[in-house]
Design a protein around this ligand. Structure first.
Ligand code: HEC
Length: 177
């Protein structure tokens, strides 16, 4: 073998071994139990959300075959994990984004993520479908609002959430002379 050939074989073998080796690092592809699903105002709203959002914003993710192959598995699991953290229609009793944020994402077309839609054409929403989903989201959130905001950073929330601070602030009295 010439030197160049040898180098190519070594590089290919190395790449193959790395490709196989990373398969040993699994991604977390669990679907936890549906704790408390949001109460959709109408079946149609739930249907649209299921189509466009549920793979990343629920505990009912449909994991495609390529989601078991690294490194795709890591990227997909990360999207699902982060998506669920912000908004999880299966854990409506937990922290979730508010209506404005959700509508904003649909209206702007930021969600569903374009890298997802490329492989899930069915998740793409037409303009009339967006309008339908937004109307349904308004109705749904009005009747069944999220327990609290995913960011939960309002001052009151922060103080209420910390017993020590809550005690401190409860003891503050207006200074009278
Ligand atoms: C492929 C996965 C995926 C799909 C499908 C998806 N999202 Fe997301 N979503 C994410 C990820 C990841 C984040 C967190 C990172 C970010 O903001 O980009 C997120 C964040 C959000 C946030 C919080 C944004 C913020 O900046 O605080 C909202 C609201 C949201 N998504 C709504 C939706 C809605 C509504 C749909 C369906 C129309 C949807 N998403 C579809 C992955 C997804």
């Amino acid at each position: 073998m010439t030197g160049k050939r040898k180098a190519a074989v070594v590089a290919l073998t190395g790449g193959l071994l790395v490709g196989l080796g990373i398969q040993l690092i699994p991604a977390d592809r669990r679907n936890p139990a549906v704790v408390r699903e949001i109460a959709w105002d109408a079946p149609r709203t739930g249907e649209l959300a299921r189509r466009a959002c549920y793979d990343c914003h629920s505990n009912e993710t449909v994991w495609p075959w390529y989601s078991s192959i690294a490194p795709a598995s890591w990227l997909i699991a990360k999207d699902v994990d982060e998506g669920r953290e912000h908004l999880n229609f299966s854990e409506w009793d937990g922290p979730n984004e508010g209506l404005d944020e959700v509508i904003d994402m649909v209206e702007s077309g930021e969600m569903p993520l374009s890298r997802y839609v490329v492989l899930h054409r069915n998740a793409a929403l037409t303009e009339p479908e967006k309008t339908e989903l937004i109307r349904g989201l308004r109705e749904t959130f009005a009747a069944d609002p999220p327990a609290h905001d995913a960011h939960g950073e309002s001052e009151a929330g922060f103080i209420e959430g910390s017993p020590a601070l809550h005690g401190l602030f409860a003891n503050l009295r207006p200074v009278t002379r």
